[in-house]
Every structure is written in structure tokens, then in C-alpha cells.
Design a protein around this ligand. Structure first.
Ligand code: SF4
Length: 306
């Protein structure tokens, strides 16, 4: 049995293998993003969490990060001043901050000396921010939390963690969990997949506070839709069972090295086609070369907005 360690730090040589290689430890934690990766494609999960292959920033994900930052910061202002023009005026400053904290995003516009593409991109961020005001009224909201990091350890030993965009608490104590999406709402038949992340957060909040959130709310700025769901205990128990099954599947893949590619139309957005057998590529060797314990960074955290 492979020991379950913190994240994916190499755990030592495997008998019979060359001493310079070792199986990685299975992860001790899951975030909605990483759980989603494994469900989408086990090989994608491996590339991101085990191999830690670099990924290029994308315009869409970076715009999402920018818009999230603007919506978060807008609540610093008194309620009456949370207007669309005030929100849009935050964009340049938040873009500067983003470039400082993540210099790699500057590459996105390296081939745009006149700044035309950047101007269009910023204009699209403005439109997304404006659309939010048609869906929610921030002058009537007083979030209990914004960009809330949550983490809980289940009895099984699995740690769940994530970042919730906004938590509202009604005077009656009822909790609403809100997540902003800068893309479009899924078709109804795919709504369950979109709600998985929200049920994950609801499970964490329930385990942490012993309170079942009254409402889960996805705000789609790309299409101007709001998707809501009122969870019940059975939903949270179901998602917990699903996560434990997923964790077990990840442990098995870690042990056997069977990280199967699962090609879908989402492959078009995958940065790792050159390493993927489905596209004629070759994955890095597995087990991995031994690394010094503690040399690996946390790969379970957020990778851009979900
Ligand atoms: S290209 Fe598709 S099948 Fe290959 S790793 Fe990426 S998501 Fe998986």
C-alpha cells in the first residue's frame, strides 16, 4: 500500500525499481478543481498534480481572475456606492495588481504592441462586470465572507479544501453560497456537473459549522443566468460518498500508474496534448524521479477561477 502523504511528495524508492525513481504519495486532499480534473480525465489530473507540468495562462481564465477580484473589492465600498461605474473603475487597478502578483499573465499580450487586443479584453471584462448588476444588486448585499478559504478533514482522513467566492448569511442565520462564473451557463442536462463544485463547498461548510447551506447560487456573467439549488442532507452525503470513491480511484491510479486519458471535446482546452497518447504524445516517465521531500509546491490549490 502506498502511504498517503501530504500532497504528492515522493515517498521513496520502490523495491525492484531503479533507485532513482519512486511512486508519488497519493494526495491527502482534494479541491473541487482537482476532483473535477480527475473526473474529466485521469491523465489530466496526473499531468497537473503529479507531474506538475506547466500551463500557459489563458485570456479567459485571467479575465475571470480579474473580474472576481473586482467583484470582491467592490464590497469594500459603502453599500450606496457599489455602482456599475464604480465597479468598472476598479478594473485598471486590479489588472495592475494581477500583473504584479502573477507576472506570467503579461505574456498574454506580449505580441500586442499597440494594445488593441488588451483593450478588447479589458472591454469584455467591463461587460461582464456590468452584467453582474443585472443579476444581483450589491447595494442590498452585505456578504459575510468573500474569497473564503475553507478546509475540513473527513473522518476517512481526506481533506477537502477550496475557496468560496461569497457567503451571505441572512438575519435568520440561513447561509447562501455564491460562486461567480465568467462563462455561460451550462445546458440543463449539464447543470449537475456545474453544481458539483457548489455541493462540495456545501459539504465542507456543513462539516465545519454543522449547518447545511440553505442555497447554492451560481452567477453566470457570460450569459446572464443564475442557477440555484437548495441542498438537503442526502445531497451532501451523496457528494461525500462520491469524493471518497474518487479519492480511492486516485489512490489506485497512483499505485498502478494507470492514468487513463479520457478524450472529450474539452481536450481542445488541454495544455498537455504534446504529452498525451491520444494526440500522439508521450507522458513523462512514471514512477517519478525522486525529489527531495518538501521540494514540491502545493498543487491542490486554486488554479484560476473555477
Ligand atoms: S488532451 Fe484530453 S485526453 Fe489528453 S490529457 Fe488532455 S484532457 Fe486528457
Amino acid at each position: 500500500m502506498v502511504p498517503v502523504g501530504v500532497e504528492s511528495v515522493a515517498s521513496g524508492p520502490v523495491p525492484g525499481e531503479a533507485p532513482s525513481r519512486a511512486l508519488p504519495a497519493a494526495p491527502a486532499s482534494l479541491s473541487p478543481s482537482r476532483a473535477g480534473d480527475f473526473m474529466q480525465c485521469p491523465l489530466l489530473y496526473r499531468f497537473r498534480v503529479i507531474d506538475r507540468l506547466p500551463e500557459k495562462p489563458s485570456e479567459a481564465a485571467t479575465r475571470g481572475t480579474l473580474v472576481h477580484a473586482v467583484l470582491e473589492r467592490l464590497f469594500d465600498a459603502p453599500a450606496g456606492e457599489r455602482t456599475a461605474p464604480a465597479a468598472k473603475s476598479l478594473i485598471p487597478g486590479q489588472w495592475d495588481r494581477l500583473r504584479e502578483s502573477r507576472p506570467e499573465v503579461v505574456e498574454l499580450f506580449a505580441d500586442d504592441p499597440e494594445g488593441e487586443r488588451l483593450a478588447r479584453w479589458l472591454g469584455e471584462a467591463e461587460r461582464l462586470v456590468e452584467r453582474w448588476f443585472t443579476l444581483e444588486d450589491p447595494t442590498r448585499l452585505e456578504p459575510a465572507e468573500r474569497e473564503l478559504f475553507v478546509e475540513t478533514r473527513l473522518e476517512s482522513g481526506l481533506t477537502l479544501r477550496g475557496i468560496i467566492d461569497r457567503v451571505d448569511v441572512a438575519p435568520t442565520g440561513e447561509v447562501r453560497i455564491v460562486d461567480y462564473k465568467t462563462g455561460k451557463a451550462p445546458r440543463p442536462e449539464y447543470a449537475e456537473g456545474a453544481l458539483f463544485q457548489m455541493k462540495f463547498y456545501a459539504l465542507v461548510v456543513w462539516r465545519l459549522k454543522n449547518v447545511i447551506p440553505r442555497r447554492l447560487q451560481l452567477v453566470y456573467l457570460g450569459s446572464g443566468d443564475v442557477l440555484t439549488y437548495d441542498p438537503v442532507l442526502a445531497d451532501l452525503e451523496r457528494v461525500e460518498r462520491k469524493l471518497l470513491a474518487l479519492w480511492e480511484a486516485i489512490r489506485q491510479a497512483t499505485e498502478t500508474g494507470d492514468w487513463r486519458p479520457r478524450p472529450t471535446k474539452l481536450c481542445g482546452w488541454c495544455d498537455h496534448q504534446e504529452h498525451c497518447p491520444e494526440f500522439g504524445g508521450t507522458p513523462p516517465p512514471y514512477p517519478l524521479p525522486v525529489r527531495a521531500a518538501g521540494s514540491a509546491a502545493d498543487a491542490q490549490g486554486r488554479m484560476g477561477p473555477d
